[in-house]
Ligand binder design. Structure first.
Ligand SMILES: [Fe+2]
Ligand SMILES: [Fe+2]
Length: 215
């Protein structure tokens, strides 16, 4: 499951809530009490959603670069202020006709929808990409040596071009020895195969490039 799956579900919930509020707005001020409940629970929903979003996105903040500044807490701050004012009117803390909340609430709904769409289009895919880049490195790092003595020189070269330098250091010809298995080179040429395997598997890219390769 992707790291942003939970956030997408949060968005679905928020979208549903926004459409209910929109429907109630059409009959405001008659629906004042229903609107009051909905806007109050919208504030709670939004708080939780922003908190989860910050938790999920925080590890990728640096790499999100320009996307970060326009998508993290800052733009939600304005939305929270608007919602607080709307709720103050609905609760009677600010004496104003209920109809006055319709324009700010409508623009809040629009802003939230645009914000979610933008996050799903730009931020979440970037985060999934970063998470994917991090995961294999972490998962494969402790894996067993990926290059074995049964592999031929050519096979190793095909998946890991840097092996060429290592073979050269062991006096192995990438041309004439290409078809030989690494272990074969021990009895053919007296090559220290365990030292060779160690060198190949310890070269940073070797293990990762080979992991998942069946042969
Ligand atoms: Fe957001
Ligand atoms: Fe979001």
């Amino acid at each position: 499951m992707g790291v942003t799956e939970g956030l997408k579900k949060d968005h679905e919930l928020l979208r549903l809530k926004l459409s209910f509020i929109e429907a109630a707005m059409e009959v405001a001020p008659e629906a004042q009490f229903a609107l009051r409940e909905m806007c109050f629970s919208l504030a709670r929903l939004l708080d939780g959603l922003i908190r989860r979003e910050q938790q999920v996105l925080a590890p990728y903040g640096g790499r999100l670069g320009a996307l970060r500044t326009s998508h993290l807490a800052e733009d939600h701050a304005d939305q929270r202020v608007t919602l607080r004012d709307v709720n103050a009117v609905l609760l009677g803390g600010i004496h104003a006709p209920v109809s006055t909340i319709v324009p700010p609430l409508a623009s809040l709904i629009k802003a939230l929808r645009e914000h979610m769409a933008e996050e799903e289009r730009e931020v979440f895919p970037a985060v999934e990409r970063f998470a994917g880049e991090d995961a294999p490195a972490e998962a494969l790092a402790p894996s067993a040596p990926a290059i074995t003595g049964a592999m031929t020189v050519n096979h190793v070269l095909k998946v890991h071009p840097r092996a060429r330098e290592i073979f050269r250091a062991f006096d192995i010809s990438c041309e004439s020895d290409g078809l030989h298995g690494l272990e074969e080179l021990y009895w053919r040429r007296g090559i220290d195969v365990s030292a060779l395997l160690k060198a190949l598997n310890e070269a940073p890219v070797v293990g990762h490039a080979m992991a998942g390769d069946a042969s």
